[in-house]
Design a protein around this ligand. Sequence first.
Ligand SMILES: Cc1cc2nc3c(=O)[nH]c(=O)nc-3n(C[C@H](O)[C@H](O)[C@H](O)COP(=O)(O)OP(=O)(O)OC[C@H]3O[C@@H](n4cnc5c(N)ncnc54)[C@H](O)[C@@H]3O)c2cc1C
Length: 321
Amino acid sequence: MALWQSTMIRLARSKSITSLMQGNRLMRGLAGRFVGGDSTAAAVRRSAELNSLAITTSLYYLGEYVESPAAIEENVAQLIASIEQLGQSNLDVHISIDPTQIGYAHSDALGEANALRLGKLIAAQPAAGRRRLAMLDMEDFSVVQKTLDLRARMAEAGYPTGITIQAYLHRSGKDIRDLVESGAAAIRLVKGAFAESRDHAWTSRMEINREFLLQAAVLLSSEAKARGVYPIFATHDDQMILAIIELAERNQRSKDEYEFEMLHGVGAPRQQKLTTEGYRLRLYLPFGTDWWPYTVRRIGENPANVRFVVNALRKTGAPAR
Ligand SMILES: Cc1cc2nc3c(=O)[nH]c(=O)nc-3n(C[C@H](O)[C@H](O)[C@H](O)COP(=O)(O)OP(=O)(O)OC[C@H]3O[C@@H](n4cnc5c(N)ncnc54)[C@H](O)[C@@H]3O)c2cc1C
């Protein structure tokens, strides 16, 4: 699994393969499964469709590990446009942000300044009973502490900010307890998507699941509730979902005190079952024209998807290894 995932991550970061794939019609079809559209307007439309099915969304503008100031500014401009468009709607939408897409791959100062611009704008949008939130995605280990520091900085400035925590990191148990203690607005728990070393991360499925549930218990604790922490469980794993529901019931947490979040295009029957049973569900909805790195990472999470990539690489003439 680690080799497969790290190969996909290398494919995601290759500029030549990215431009080859994004110009390829067949690969664009594959991306359509995971991506909500190529523009802000398309993503807002898709959010409205999903909202009518009682599903909320978390918008993510595609463009990560960006180093050039011009590309960073373009990412921020797109995020600003989507926040403004959403402000005019009555949709419940989070804005997911990768620190490396808004400046951290260039300099910490630029990343922080842009995050504060976005946070301020999100805070200024009319709430009208909706939860407005900047949700910081968590990237590879090199930016974990920076992302935690950024959340603290944004919270200090009074901007509604959530953060993603990767259960597979050895440090995450403590990070979650600290975040709960500080009354973080929202914490989104994921297993973790990067190929981290054993020095920093649990690597077996059993260990990662164990950590995920230990951390979920902290998020559903009475202390987290008392401090106003909103738990989000971002997983497609039925075993984790059932265990969380049981845990929430044991802790007398009602269905509207937490939510599940899944990726657009992954596990539709599971998504439908949850909404039918009255659980809150949010879908992570990426949009934009730079869809290859995101799509290939999603594919990397499921080795059964290998055939899609190999077939497409053969058809485009790119090396499959
Ligand atoms: C909303 C959301 C936000 C995320 N944000 C981050 C983040 O900020 N940082 C980070 O490191 N990771 C993030 N992730 C990814 C996460 O860390 C996992 O890698 C990913 O969710 C797969 O783990 P799982 O919990 O679904 O369990 P798994 O045990 O990996 O998967 C459970 C089942 O789900 C299905 N499945 C899972 N993924 C796929 C897929 N791509 N295609 C088809 N089927 C699939 C499979 O059937 C699998 O059996 C996010 C995930 C979600 C849902």
